[in-house]
Design a binder for this molecule. Structure first.
Ligand SMILES: [Zn+2]
Length: 287
């Protein structure tokens, strides 16, 4: 569990890529910016880890030296409530991601659980629970014990993954941790997060369902978001006042409950907005 609120980008920031930084340089560059988390993007992976074990270990080593908390965002190509072959392929992809996460000592593998298709919420939940229980079992057999599976709250109404569904999944399957994507909650419920109390209700729900530890150590995604009646449309930067949600409101709740979340910036300007959010929280903790 994180020792304090931590901030970092989802993937390698553009400025680092312009400097021709390699993966092993990323932890130091983040540390130099005063950031302390990094979500490694494995979003296009197939059935095998697409990072060499030695490179994953090197990232882990550098992350340790620079006090960077690692997570891994799994492949987008997964659906645990689809047809049988799709679910089987998805299980293999998730296991590949968990294997690489273990190599790099990442704490959680974030993933998108799937699409309803013709299934009801209840049917999709049953399918996801069953598939993930298999994945958790396989991880145990492989000796992957420290990595958590992190189903993410999703922003589109066609996607399985409302707050209630993700909490249910985490109640049912071992070795899981919900990934609280605030932008997705906002988009899915078309503008739900407007006041401090709207945020408070979400954290209280997490605590009620999964307990205080789960609440204290949330793994979060944050960005501003544009949505339509179908939910998520696109992410925006923190400075774009016409879009929500407002990070200041979450910062107040973090301060009030003394939470220690890991907050991954999914803004179009990844690290720049991670720094802004860190500073907003610092101000909030002072007052
Ligand atoms: Zn995601």
């Amino acid at each position: 569990m994180a020792d304090r609120p931590r901030f970092g980008p989802a993937g390698v920031p553009a400025a680092f890529r312009e400097k021709k930084a390699v993966l092993a340089d990323v932890p130091k560059l983040l540390h130099d910016e005063g950031l302390d988390a990094f979500e490694y993007p494995a979003v296009r992976w197939g059935a095998k880890p697409q990072i060499k074990r030695e490179n994953a270990k090197e990232l882990s080593l550098k992350a340790g030296e620079n006090d960077i908390w690692l997570s891994l965002h799994g492949s987008y190509f997964m659906n645990f409530c689809g047809e049988k072959e799709v679910v089987e392929a998805s299980k293999n992809r998730l296991i590949a991601c968990a294997t690489a996460a273990e190599w790099m000592k990442a704490h959680v593998v974030v993933f998108h659980p799937g699409f309803y298709g013709k299934r009801t919420s209840k049917e999709a939940l049953e399918d996801c629970s069953e598939a993930l229980a298999d994945v958790a079992e396989k991880m145990k057999m492989l000796g992957i014990e420290k990595v958590k599976l992190g189903p993410e709250i999703m922003g589109r109404l066609s996607q399985f993954g409302g707050l209630d569904e993700i909490l249910s999944l985490c109640e049912e399957v071992e070795q899981t941790q919900p990934v609280i994507d605030w932008a997705h909650i906002h988009a899915r419920d078309r503008g739900r997060l407007k006041t401090v109390d709207d945020f408070r209700k979400v954290v209280e729900e997490i605590e009620k369902r999964l307990g205080t530890d789960a609440l204290m150590n949330m793994h979060c995604h944050f960005a501003k978001i544009e949505f339509t009646e179908k939910g998520e449309k696109r992410h925006h930067t923190i400075n774009e006042t016409e879009y929500g949600p407002d990070f200041t409101l979450l910062a107040r709740v973090i301060a009030e409950f003394e939470l220690k979340p890991v907050i991954i910036s999914e803004s179009p300007i990844l690290d720049v907005d991670a720094i802004k959010m860190r500073d907003i929280l610092r101000e909030e903790l002072k007052s």
